[in-house]
Ligand binder design. Structure first.
Ligand SMILES: Cc1cc2nc3c(=O)[nH]c(=O)nc-3n(C[C@H](O)[C@H](O)[C@H](O)COP(=O)(O)OP(=O)(O)OC[C@H]3O[C@@H](n4cnc5c(N)ncnc54)[C@H](O)[C@@H]3O)c2cc1C
Length: 413
């Protein structure tokens, strides 16, 4: 009999951390573990905002799988197309650079994450940008830089950015984008008033799921950056001229970023699973998919206990899935996943963040250092984390040196 085959679909927080935990539990000694993902690199999404301010480099947050996937796991770079299932034998169609193939599995782990959801609103798909990948972050940075260059060439031209969605992604993005714009305006010799930033949400409050202390800090930092809030009003449509709100307000803007909604990976429709009304796969507390023995789902695509779609949840679920795969092989009891929030963290601009760790709130530079430290510890591979930590240290020493050695402006200059 051949080795037991474990196939993991998706190389994000759920998929990669499941593979690493399987290796740590020794499952890779008796089973062949394969991870399939569409890009050759993992992406540490919580630090994506810092690409806009050049506070992180691509390699810090997007290490190649060959660095972070254990050597006893196989990596297949390809697009998952769908599944063909027979009882206890699962076949998954994958398109790779060298053509299409079917990968067979005895145990299947689904961790395909989510995509932006435009709720079918007119103009959203055509005129807004998503912010979910390295390419999205670089494209947005380029567009902000070009908008300031354009404003420098055209008298009285302003730079307008609208961020739709005032959840964590929208708030963090608005604060960081504001800092990037101000730094570009300074370099171009333009006044800060040339930039207009708007944050829109149909709910009456920002960050409804966060502790009130963090909400308060976020309000303060958004106000300091003159970000105009449009709360309690939905978006009616978007166009090349800007955003139309349901109350008739028009916000003129060239750059619109959509962070208002997400839905599970569309490829799930190509699998024979029941899905809930949001398109997620219902799972048991052991994260198994009912009716499909040996199939597990986790992260953003799993409708389990009332857990939010966060990296924190996906990583903890990965540990449960890996434990249960090992336990199922040994005939031992499976473990249940229970949601236990550990806290929240968010960037609120360059060098500024807020964190609520088990009820203790940090903000400003303390928040920034706490967030950086927690994310370093959460990175998938200790060697990678060590290199990133050293790089951040070098970067901050260089910035301190530059600030210290810069000529002091005199009153005459
Ligand atoms: C900008 C941003 C910032 C965030 N910040 C935070 C934060 O600060 N804290 C926090 O806890 N959470 C944060 N989140 C949410 C968090 O990143 C997600 O909840 C988490 O990544 C979910 O893990 P996952 O494994 O389900 O999906 P993902 O990590 O998204 O992984 C899914 C993987 O599947 C791959 N994939 C999808 N479809 C296919 C296909 N058809 N074929 C092949 N591969 C495919 C994707 O490329 C990806 O690698 C953030 C999300 C975003 C977008």
């Amino acid at each position: 009999m051949g080795k037991h085959r474990v196939l993991i679909l998706g190389g994000g927080f759920g998929g990669l951390y499941t593979a690493r935990a399987l290796s740590a539990l020794g499952v890779t000694q008796t089973a062949e573990v394969t991870l399939v993902s569409r890009t050759p690199t993992f992406l540490f999404l919580p630090l994506l905002y810092e690409i806009l301010t050049d506070e992180v480099a691509d390699w810090h947050i997007a290490p190649p799988f060959e660095e972070v996937l254990p050597r006893n796991c196989r990596f297949v770079c390809g697009e998952v197309l769908g599944g063909e299932f027979q009882p206890r034998r699962y076949g998954v169609r994958v398109r790779c650079a060298d053509g299409e193939q079917t990968l067979e599995a005895d145990t299947l782990v689904l961790a395909l994450g989510s995509v932006a959801d435009d709720f079918g609103l007119p103009g959203v798909k055509a005129h807004t940008r998503p912010f979910r990948s390295l390419a999205d972050a670089h494209a947005l940075k380029r567009s902000l830089v070009e908008a300031v260059q354009h404003a420098a060439a055209v008298p009285r031209e302003t730079v307008s950015l609208v961020v739709i969605g005032a959840g964590p992604s929208g708030v963090e993005l608005a604060a960081v984008a504001a800092d990037r714009l101000q730094s570009e305006l300074r370099q171009a010799g333009l006044p800060p008033t040339r930039a207009h930033l708007h944050l829109v949400d149909r709910l009456p409050e920002i960050l409804p799921q966060y502790a009130s202390a963090l909400r308060h800090l976020a309000h303060r930092e958004l106000a300091r950056r003159h970000i105009k809030l449009h709360l309690g009003v939905g978006v009616a449509s978007c166009s090349s001229a800007g955003v139309e709100l349901e109350d008739g307000t028009h916000i003129a803007a060239r750059t619109i970023v959509w962070t208002a909604g997400s839905r599970p990976a569309p490829v799930l429709a190509e699998f024979p699973f029941v899905r809930d009304r949001r398109g997620r796969i219902p799972v048991s507390r052991t994260l198994e998919v009912p009716g499909f023995p040996g199939v597990y789902a986790l992260g953003d695509i799993a409708a389990s206990v009332a857990a939010p779609a966060t990296a924190q949840v996906a990583v903890r679920q990965a540990l449960v899935v890996a434990h249960n795969i090992a336990a199922a092989q040994q005939g031992a009891a499976l473990r249940e996943y229970h949601y236990e929030p550990l806290g929240e963290m968010m960037t609120l601009g360059r060098g500024c963040a807020a964190a609520n760790i088990l009820g203790v709130v940090f903000n400003g530079v303390a928040g920034y250092l706490t967030r950086r430290l927690v994310y370093l510890l959460a990175m998938p591979e200790p060697w990678h984390a060590a290199r990133v930590g050293l790089s951040w240290l070098g970067q901050s020493l260089e910035e301190t040196w530059q600030a210290w050695s810069a000529p002091v402006p005199t009153s005459a200059s």
